[in-house]
Every structure is written in structure tokens, then in C-alpha cells.
Design a protein around this ligand. Structure first.
Ligand code: ATP
Ligand code: MG
Length: 637
């Protein structure tokens, strides 16, 4: 094994040789003629002229060697179901599904909206689209009718695939009525809707001529075989709309060949799953993590993937770890938010299961605070807990560890170093000058070309791709819109989003560093920090803190003590400028469905503005409670 430094250098200095080598990890029906075409920057085309197919590489390719190995294990703690599919069975299901889609007129290049709960049929649908060369666009099942309609109008699908309902925390969440409503709101509704009836709700009427019953159509195509449609490497595989934490959703468009190579390479170098082992990504197929590491990544790598419907703490906080034990999961992936949910329970729920096969737990999507990292590391004694940083746009990590090449010491609070293929830089937010000195703040940018697997454009809008991501600075670099520092060893620390930066009397402070300081206080369970407009200072820091002991919310004196301590903690660790002007204790923080803090919403409420469109909010009550608490407290911070 060489050093990561050499591996990384080679990926930047000889990208064509480097990626041509990685491209051998997948099958090509026709070899590519050119590794990279960067003649029209900032656009990049990878493996030009090569023909391949994601479904072939994820399924068919493994039939010769692992037909009888489990490919997909589905477990629902909501419906108490478990289903398991070998690669041979997955192949049969995907072929049948492809035949069904074809019968409904879906062809190469057509869009298919997938609005489904976490059931195997959703995975079959994605793979069947890939088989046909159709472009899937999964819309997260928690999105309301309006959000679904906006995405439908942007993608203009030929078909929408849905189910009667999902389930969450024991409650039925109807899907079909939402689809019906979205289709009346949409200007470009699909002509057909394929409905998978799980038998969870009855009585959502079928619209004749539009709605098609999944089971009935499925019976007609039992045993069907559908040949793979080979795509040129740059042909789109899917569209995934960004989660919308920061505004109007963008259709992130992914290619085919570059994505397949990037994922196969990441499985080997970053996630280090071995073919034949089990990987459990506890996320949702509606998010990018679900696309890359529930569906495509593990299957491309010949692993068993685990599809889990339900919460991490139902029926109790041992549910995931029982699966880890039973399926001998070796690699797991989830979000820090999920770990914070577990952390409120007893660590004994984890410790009573044999998790000794679990080599790695990867966490991404939100900053991983040190206390949460420490708690989960302690609860899983044989497992390394590793942070990694990326975006819907990139499809795989920008920053992280690379244990498949070389294990490096972990640093609490850092997702790691730049991943191979990414020319990462920090630029001064104002001047755009490169920040080269260690531990200085800068905006995290990537010099094009973006490596394989990253978005190739914004669906239907090349101009928006360029103007959104490449025009923040004089140089045409990709802007992540995150703020970071890099230390002497090349390890990065994410400080927050650039639009979360708080400007107090000319000092620019990252929300993340202040939150990190506050979460170090033993009485704090969770915290959100926002900048609030101030006549004198421009902005002041305001902290919203969820105490570990909910009883503290009740007693006035108790509250005052904790509020004061939180202010002092920040003053001590970061200095007087960062000291919050106000601290408010609350019971919950508003989050998106993917578990991200909705700082934008909190900030709007704190400034007495309209919150705007917050369709992705998980719990609107949390924001209303903050509003009420602010009102009760009186004017001023
Ligand atoms: P939108 O772009 O629509 O506003 P979003 O940015 O929340 O939505 P994602 O692409 O899922 O949607 O999230 C990527 C962002 O999440 C990153 O830009 C970063 O702000 C944050 N993030 C992801 N991983 C990490 C990590 N390991 N540490 C800190 N922040 C992270
Ligand atoms: Mg984003």
C-alpha cells in the first residue's frame, strides 16, 4: 500500500491515467476513447465514447459469481417485515420491473419520478430505469404536494411511481392522495401513475386511464427479460433535487459512466467494503446518500445492501445494532443527527449487541460535534467512527478519510483531507485570494474539472449550473458555499455555510465554531447558532439551546444559570466577539426531513421576518415554539 499523499498527487497530476485505472472497476460494453473532455469548462465529460450501464454493473455482472448471495435485505420496523433477495432474485425483479416500465411506454432518456417509501420496489424501480436508460428522479416521500409538483414541472416525467403509503413512528403516511394533489397542481403532470399498494390505506380512488396497479401489471410481466440499454458515459442516469435547505431546488444531473466509476472507486478506497460483506446505510433513498450508498455503491461492489424502513429507536434503540449483529454488517453509514437521537437513549442498547464485525461507521450530512463522536465511539468499541464531507452535487466525498489507501490518525471535528480527484482550495470570502496559511478561514472551493461522479449540469439549465456554482469568484471555481479551515497536516474543518457566517462588528464568525464551543458544555444536548440583525454591530450572535435535562426549561433560575454558563463558555473558548448576545433554551430545534438544522428559519423568526417556503421542515411546531419563546421574552436579544 502506498501513501495517500502519493495517491492523491497522482489523481491531480495524471488524472487521465489515474481515472483510466479506476474505470477498470466496472464493465464497459464499449471502451471509452478519451478519459476526460474538459474542452468546455467548467463542464467535464468523463470516459467519452465509452458505453456502460449502471444496472448491468450493479446486478447482472455479479450473476456469474454471486447469484445466490443476498443482494438486498429489507427490514421494516414499521410493518414488521423482512424480505431478502439474492442477486439472482434481484435480477428477476429488476427485469420484471423494467418490462413493466417499458409496457407503460418508458424509454431511454424519459424521466420517471419516484415518490416511494423505503421498500424494495423503490430500489427495483431505480435499477429498472437504469436498465432502460430512463432517468429516475426520486422525490423524498416526506415532501408535500407543492414540493412534488415543483419537481414534476421541472423534470416533466413520462411516469410517476408511488405507493399507497409509507409509515413513520407507527403512523401511516399516505402517499397516493399527495400525488393526486400534486398532479392537479402541476402544469406538466405525467400521463401515468404506477401505484404499489402495500395495503396500508384503503380507499384512495384509482383514476381510470391514469393509475396503474403495480401487482396487476407485475403479474403480466412475471419472468420477463429486458436487455440492458447501453448508454454513452455522459448520458444522464438521474436527477436529484437538492434538499432545499437554502432556497429553490436545483436538479442535480448525474452522468452514467463517471458515476459508476466514482462509486466503485469510493467503495474500495474510502468505505472499504469487501464484495460479499454487508453494508448498512441508514438513510433514505430520497437523499443522495441513499442513491450512492444504499442502492448503487454496495451493489456495484457485490455487497449485500440493507434497506431499513423505520426509526433508529423503535421498537427500541437496539434495532439497528441487532441488524448489524445478525447480518454481520462490516460498514455502516448514517448521519450525525441519527446518532444524536440515539445518544438521548442508553448506550446499553448498542452494547448488548455483538458489533465486532463492524469495522467502520461513516457519518455525513451535518457537522459531527466532538461529544457525539466520543459517545458513539465509546458505544461501539470495535468500530472506527469516521466523518466525511460532501454534497448532493458531488455524489461522493470531497473530504474524508481514505482507509483503503492509507489509514491516517483521526482528528475530532475534522472530516479529513481532500479526496483524490478534488483540487480543493480555500479562498478569502471577500478578495478571493487563496488562503494558504494553516488554520485560516476561507470558502471551500474546487478547481475544475470536477472529478467523475459529480454533477454534470443542472437539469435543463446549463446556464444555471455555471451561474450558481462557478461565478462567486473571479476565477471560475466550484463553490461549495461552505466555510472551512485547513491545518498543517492538510485536514479540513468545516465551519458552516457561507450564508451562515455571522458578521459581528466586522468580525466574521462561523456558526459551526460557536456551536462546537457550546456543545462542549455538559448541560447541552443540541444547539443552533444564528446571526441576528443589529443596528450597532451589523449582526449579533444568538444561540438556541436544547438542554440535556428538559426540566431545566421549567425553572426560571435554572434557565438563567445555564444561559449565563453558555455565554461564558463561548467567551472563554472563542473570545468576547463570539459571545452570544442572547441564549434561549428551547425543547426542540427545527430540522429538515434529512436532519439538517434549519438555521434560515430560526434566523427569520428571530428577526421577526416571514420564514418563506419551509416545505422540508420536519416539525413546524419547533419553529412556532421558538417564536412564542422569543415573544414571551420581550424585545431585544
Ligand atoms: P441545498 O443545497 O438545497 O440548500 P443542502 O446543502 O442541505 O441543501 P446537501 O447536499 O444534502 O443539501 O448537503 C450538503 C451540505 O451539508 C454541505 O454543503 C455542508 O454544509 C453539510 N455537510 C455535509 N457533510 C458534512 C460534514 N461531514 N461536516 C459538516 N457539514 C457537512
Ligand atoms: Mg447545498
Amino acid at each position: 500500500m502506498g501513501s495517500y499523499e502519493d495517491f492523491y498527487r497522482r489523481s491531480l497530476d495524471q488524472p487521465e491515467a489515474f481515472w483510466a485505472e479506476q474505470a477498470r472497476l466496472i464493465d464497459w460494453e464499449h471502451p471509452f476513447e478519451q478519459v476526460l473532455d474538459a474542452s468546455r469548462p467548467p463542464f467535464a465529460r468523463w470516459f467519452v465514447g465509452g458505453r456502460t450501464n449502471l444496472c448491468h454493473n450493479a446486478v447482472d455482472r455479479h450473476l456469474a459469481t454471486r447469484a445466490h448471495q443476498p443482494a438486498l435485505v429489507f427490514e421494516s420496523s414499521e410493518t414488521d417485515e423482512r424480505r431478502q433477495y439474492t442477486y439472482a432474485q434481484l435480477h428477476a425483479e429488476v427485469n420484471r420491473m423494467a418490462a413493466m416500465l417499458r409496457a407503460l411506454g418508458v424509454a431511454r432518456g424519459d424521466r420517471v419520478i419516484v415518490y416511494m417509501p423505503m421498500v424494495p420496489e423503490a430500489v427495483f424501480t431505480l435499477l429498472a430505469c437504469a436498465r432502460l436508460g430512463a432517468i429516475h428522479s426520486v422525490v423524498f416521500g416526506g415532501f408535500a404536494a407543492h414540493s412534488l409538483a415543483v419537481r414534476i414541472d421541472d423534470a416533466r416525467p413520462a411516469l410517476l411511481v408511488t405507493a399507497d403509503a409509507g409509515m413513520r413512528a407507527g403512523k401511516v403516511v399516505p402517499y397516493k392522495p399527495l400525488v393526486d394533489e400534486a398532479l392537479t397542481l402541476a402544469r406538466h403532470p405525467p400521463a401515468q401513475v404506477l401505484v404499489f399498494d402495500r395495503g396500508l390505506v384503503s380507499g384512495s380512488p384509482f383514476i381510470p386511464g391514469r393509475d396503474v396497479d403495480f401487482a396487476t401489471l407485475g403479474r403480466e410481466h412475471e419472468g420477463a427479460q429486458v436487455p440492458v440499454t447501453w448508454l454513452e458515459s455522459s448520458e444522464p442516469s438521474y436527477i436529484l433535487y437538492t434538499s432545499g435547505t437554502t432556497g429553490r431546488p436545483k436538479g442535480v444531473q448525474r452522468d452514467t459512466g463517471g458515476y459508476a466509476v466514482a462509486l466503485a472507486a469510493s467503495m474500495r478506497h474510502i468505505y472499504t467494503g469487501q464484495p460479499g460483506e454487508a453494508m448498512f446505510t441508514a438513510s433514505d433513498i430520497g437523499w443522495v446518500v441513499g442513491h450512492s450508498y444504499i442502492v448503487y455503491g454496495p451493489l456495484l461492489n457485490g455487497m449485500t445492501t440493507v434497506l431499513y424502513e423505520g426509526l433508529p429507536i423503535r421498537p427500541d434503540a437496539g434495532v439497528w445494532w441487532r441488524l448489524v449483529e445478525q447480518l454481520r454488517v462490516s460498514v455502516m453509514f448514517t448521519s450525525p443527527t441519527a446518532i444524536r437521537v440515539l445518544k438521548k437513549q442508553d448506550a446499553a442498547f448498542l452494547k448488548r449487541h455483538d458489533t465486532s464485525h463492524l469495522r467502520y461507521l461513516f457519518l455525513a450530512g451535518e457537522p459531527l460535534d466532538a461529544p457525539t463522536h466520543a459517545w458513539i465511539s465509546d458505544a461501539l468499541p470495535s468500530t472506527q467512527v469516521l466523518d466525511n464531507y460532501w454534497q448532493t452535487e458531488t455524489g461522493w466525498p470531497i473530504l474524508g478519510p481514505c482507509p483503503g489507501v492509507q489509514a491516517r490518525p483521526r482528528k475530532l471535528g475534522s472530516p479529513g483531507t481532500a479526496m483524490y480527484g478534488y483540487r480543493v482550495k480555500l479562498l478569502d470570502g471577500l478578495s478571493g485570494a487563496e488562503v494558504t496559511a494553516p488554520n485560516q478561514k476561507g470558502v471551500l472551493v474546487i478547481e475544475p474539472p470536477l472529478p467523475p461522479g459529480c454533477l454534470s449540469t443542472v437539469w435543463g439549465d446549463d446556464a444555471r449550473f455555471v451561474s450558481t456554482y462557478f461565478t462567486s469568484f473571479e476565477q471560475p471555481v466550484y463553490n461549495t458555499f461552505d466555510w472551512a479551515t485547513r491545518d498543517e497536516d492538510g485536514d479540513y474543518f468545516i465551519l458552516g455555510r457561507t450564508d451562515d457566517v455571522i458578521n459581528v462588528a466586522g468580525h466574521r464568525l462561523g456558526t459551526r465554531e460557536i456551536e462546537e464551543a457550546i456543545s462542549g458544555h455538559p448541560g447541552v444536548a443540541e444547539v443552533a447558532v444564528v446571526g441576528v440583525k443589529d443596528e450597532l454591530k451589523g449582526q449579533v450572535v444568538m444561540a438556541f439551546v436544547v438542554p440535556k435535562d428538559p426540566a431545566r426549561l421549567q425553572r426560571e433560575e435554572d434557565r438563567a444559570v445555564l444561559e449565563r454558563e453558555v455565554m461564558d463558555t463561548v467567551g472563554r473558548t472563542l473570545g468576547a466577539v463570539a459571545r452570544p448576545a442572547g441564549v434561549l433554551l428551547v425543547a426542540h430545534l427545527p430540522k429538515t426531513r434529512s436532519g439538517k438544522l434549519l438555521r434560515r428559519g430560526i434566523q427569520a423568526v428571530a428577526e421577526g421576518r416571514e420564514t418563506g417556503d419551509l416545505t422540508t421542515i420536519e416539525d413546524p411546531g419547533a419553529l412556532e415554539a421558538i417564536q412564542a419563546a422569543l415573544k414571551a421574552r420581550g424585545p431585544g436579544v
